[in-house]
Write a protein that binds this ligand. Sequence first.
Ligand code: ARG
Length: 572
Amino acid sequence: MKDFKKEIASIISNVIGINDEELVTYIEVPKDVNMGDYAFPCFRLAKELKKAPNIIAEEIKEKLDITGTDIEKVEIAGGYLNFTISKLELAKVTLEEIDNKKEEYGKSNLGNGKKIVIDYSAPNIAKPFHIGHLRSTVIGGALYNIYKYLGYEVTGINHLGDYGTQFGKLIEGYKLWGEEYDIEKAPIEELTKIYIRINEACKEDEQILENCRNNFKKLEDGDKYCTEIWEKFRSLSLKEFKKVYDLLESKFDSWNGEAFYSDKMPEVIDILYKTGKLIESQGAKIIDLEEKGINTPCIIEKSNGSTTYATRDLAAILYRARTYDFDKALYVTSYEQVLHFKQVFEVAKLLGLEEKYTKGLEHVAFGMVLLPTGKMSTREGNVIRLEELLNEAISKVKEIIEEKNPDFAEEEKQDIAKKVGIGAVIFNDLSGARIKDEIFDWDTMLNFNGETGPYIQYTYVRTNSVLKKVQEIPSIEKVDFNKLLGKEEQNVLKLIYSFTNIIEQSTVKNEPSILARYLIDLSKAFSSFYNENKIIVEDKVTKDARIYLTYATNMVLKNGARLLGINMPEKM
Ligand code: ARG
């Protein structure tokens, strides 16, 4: 598709002789529509040219030749040159591209040849799959889809927390009281009870604590009994987690959790040892990171010889670099792990990997999920079972549908409730900048008129019913772009035009919220168009043009939502 930004950069380049590839990075999209479609700020040039920005703007404008281009108007505002694109051209370029690409609209090959590993979800075996893991699952899943859409080769990894000293405790608890608990029936709940009980017992009895530590050591050494129980815990927990993944339709290419690295850690320790940086401290082996501005050392081996979460992450980096040859490796977790990843990424530089790999490591941190009443936490006991929560979303929507559309078939109601309920939760997780804490409030996220998933779905359904009424989408040759020059039509077109760019920006910042916000903007723009204009009018030329715009909106909403992991109901 024709790139208006590039066109602008190229004519400016003709005037000032800086190459257009650099200039294109200067160009912005002004927030205020009265400032034109694109703005070229002259501030950066001011230093170089030793002139005031507004003088530069004027000088450029004077020499600028826009004849034969898609630019209709150039104006100066402060140190900016503001460009307005021909409305007709915008409509033509955008809708012809829709015709060309159809379902593939917005796809690109920007990422061809590049490999990305995304580490997300990663709940802990025998512990509840909590709302923070949900957020990781949703953000990671969206990034996964988005990178793929841009042509990257993506590997999604569920780095399960299936290892660590807590398993020594769980094994001990199970040994002592296993018979009392029905862990087949409700694995996570029952194992959590065992875990709490064994922790209490450890406090009372030093010997029990010692046994727990030994169990983990035994597990690391491949002891048969310990391994068998551990496997049982793992598979039962996974069965539970999969209920959530099924509801969210989450997919992973690899389920290699922490335990997978158990035999890969000696190499890490060996490499670190040889650097001379691995030092003893209070019986433990650590890497001091003071010099690197990190005050807490990275513990590689505990005093009892067992390994740590960090060591496993280091082994994983080594393995992933070798196996996937990644250009980027993203870790999607809450910001509570900022220090952990700072340490791990710093120590990774000692592993002797090519710089390309250590430079590609990135922590994609996100904020807490808060209940309107405060933080959700396992310790305080107000855990929310995720499967229950998602089902609650579904049943809440079901109630609304029963009320609004009592005569829909039961199956249909159920299908809509699922798509809208799950969509609402996903959208709520994605709509704010990821680093911000998120409030989990049913009324807000299920509001069909708010900035929510259901609002986007509702807009989509509106476009659908228009398209259903007319039955046939006119062919692009029949569309008279002159009928799409009004303010509402143009706002919709501008947004549709920028879809690919929005997707790209979402990856630059690893911020699916950019796409989520965009879908709200597009829904709002379409709603204004829809409210101001009748679509199915007498005049066939006007009607066809409006239908085509509706069709384009329909496709972008659907594709965009799918990238976020949200399915569209066909009616609601
Ligand atoms: N299991 C961890 C947790 O629940 C998250 C793991 C994230 N991934 C990683 N490679 N450390 O906090």
